[in-house]
Design a protein around this ligand. Structure first.
Ligand SMILES: Nc1ncnc2c1ncn2[C@@H]1O[C@H](COP(=O)(O)OP(=O)(O)OP(=O)(O)O)[C@@H](O)[C@H]1O
Ligand SMILES: [Mg+2]
Length: 509
């Protein structure tokens, strides 16, 4: 025989499947409840919802005041109407008394009191004994004072004998008789109650609808803000291609998103430019640096004596100068492209720049046997960065002198080889440099303004392919353009600048 061991605690009892299911359901309900509560908390924390609450409170207070005023005025009007009716009746009855004495008054009151929906009437002697009327019970001391009182009363003809409220006037007739006339106040109170309860219900409805509307608006706004926050998170994480969502309603959120997207476009373009520059530097400066290093190493290894070392050092200095020039050109392009230089804008004469640059390059042109002509008589005021515009024009003249060979017999009055010209119209200034050299083929004109791009035909000349990049960046900085045209033969490069300087991009309203 085996002994059954019963465990009472400690060990886990087998779970009841119904219990487990119930517990799971409760847990799910609880989680859902907390999630909802959390969402509600988030909604009620939005500006849209808070604004709704403020409007709602102001509106509800105003509505309550208006309804209270309306109810109070209605009550006052009804009271006024009652007093007018009672006054008229008292005047009529005292006339009856004056004409026919107390007997006639009693007779008239008896007749009137029997009419359905009649007023309240009571005639008493000066000791308070009732002579006629339809009032059975009155509040204490009502008959003792003449004038208006609100009192409880009971009608004689009311079989149930319930108490009501009435507004009564006690009037003392000559010879001490007292006349009481009054009207029931039940209708006035009912009207008052109806207006008050209608008011309460409408305010409650306004609050409920207002809150629902507030939640709805807040949810819509929150939904859109959440979407924007989500996108900005991906942008912050490094994905610059993300853009804020717009719904096309052109409301304030849409306009903000559009403007921020334009800003992101600009940042992305700048970042791309920055990457291009670093790639270019890495690629195009590595070769001359390596060459420099190898030459120094070669000179050291070969041990050619002082003459050899001197020659190696001289070529090293020459190449270093070339590298420094390239670095300077790159820095200047970066400065023009970053838009930083747009803060250093001033008013200057473009013709003055043309004359200055022309004169500076005249000796160099002379040296190469080229005739350089400057055509810049008329003053051309323009707003821009003087230093960068000067450098840009200098780059164009440098190219013309470098790439255009002298024409034959230019000294005998034939057209000049290089012409530096400054002219313009009401809105723009044109600084142009024309030569009679090989020119730039139409297909290469877009490419040639990129950094480090040099055409095959010019490889024999020194240069790093950065001159036109700077001209183009300066043109962009000023909101102008660089045009490369055919000078048949040769190249005509025109730097177009708006007279008023760069215009800031207009944000959408
Ligand atoms: N006036 C011109 N006539 C013919 N080709 C030109 C002329 N100007 C520019 N180019 C062509 O455009 C290329 C780019 O010119 P850019 O001024 O940018 O560089 P670069 O003159 O080669 O070097 P850098 O100006 O940096 O010393 C030149 O290498 C040349 O092939
Ligand atoms: Mg050049």
């Amino acid at each position: 025989m085996t002994n059954e061991v019963v465990t009472t605690g400690g060990a886990a009892t087998p779970a009841n499947p119904a219990n487990t299911r119930l517990r799971g359901l409760l847990l799910r309900l609880k989680t859902r409840f907390w999630l909802r509560l959390n969402a509600l908390g988030k909604l009620s924390n939005t500006t849209a919802f808070k604004l709704t609450l403020v409007y709602l409170t102001v509106f509800a207070l105003f509505a309550a005041f208006l309804l209270g005023y309306f109810a109070w005025n209605t009550r006052r009007l009804v009271t006024e109407q009652i007093t007018r009716t009672v006054d008229a009746e008292i005047t009529g009855l005292s006339e009856q008394y004056n004409q026919g004495g107390i007997r006639r008054l009693v007779f008239v009151i008896d007749a009137r009191a029997r009419r359905p929906g009649s007023s309240l009437y009571l005639v008493t002697t000066f000791t308070g004994d009732g002579l006629a009327g339809n009032v059975g019970l009155l509040g204490e001391g009502v008959l003792e004072h003449t004038g208006w009182t609100e009192t409880v009363y009971r009608r004689l003809d009311d079989p149930e004998g319930t108490e009501h409220h009435a507004l009564v006037r006690v009037f003392e007739l000559p010879s001490g008789f007292r006349l009481l006339v009054g009207r029931d106040l039940e209708e006035r109170e009912r009207l008052y109650d109806i207006i008050l309860s209608a008011g309460q219900w409408s305010i409650a409805l306004v609050i409920v609808l207002g809150l629902a509307g507030g939640f709805f608006v807040a949810r819509r706004v929150l939904h859109r803000i959440d979407a924007m926050t989500e996108t900005s998170r991906t942008i912050m994480a490094g994905d610059l291609s993300g853009r804020l969502p717009t719904v096309g309603t052109d409301d304030e959120l849409d306009r903000l998103a559009v403007n921020l997207n334009v800003m992101l476009d600009r940042i992305e373009a700048l970042m791309r430019g920055f990457k291009e520059v670093s790639d270019n530097i890495a690629h195009d400066l590595k070769t001359p640096l390596t060459r420099l290093r190898n030459r120094a190493e070669e000179a050291l290894r070969s041990g050619q004596g002082e003459v050899g070392y001197r020659a190696a050092l001289e070529s090293t200095i020459e190449e270093s100068d070339e590298l420094i020039r390239t670095f300077n050109a790159l820095l200047m392009i970066a400065r023009a492209e970053s838009g930083q230089a747009s803060t250093l804008m001033e008013e200057f004469d473009a013709a003055d720049i043309a004359r200055g640059v022309g004169e500076l390059y005249d000796p160099l042109a002379d040296e190469k046997g080229l005739a350089l002509k400057i055509d810049a008589e008329r003053a051309l005021p323009v707003r821009g960065n003087r230093e960068l515009v000067t450098q840009a024009l200098a780059n164009l003249v440098d190219n013309a002198i470098k790439y255009a060979p002298p024409t034959e017999a230019n000294s005998d009055g034939s057209p000049a080889d290089v012409v530096v010209e400054a002219n313009g119209d009401a809105d723009h200034v044109h600084l142009s440099v024309s030569d009679h050299g090989p020119g730039v083929p139409v297909g290469d004109r877009e490419r040639v303004v990129q950094r480090f791009v040099r055409l095959e035909q010019s490889r024999s000349q020194p240069g790093s392919g950065l001159g036109l990049s700077l001209v183009s960046a300066v043109a962009r900085l000023h909101g102008g353009e660089l045009r490369l045209e055919d000078n048949a033969p040769g190249l005509r490069a025109i730097l177009v600048l708006p007279r008023g300087g760069p215009q800031l991009p207009q944000p959408s309203e």
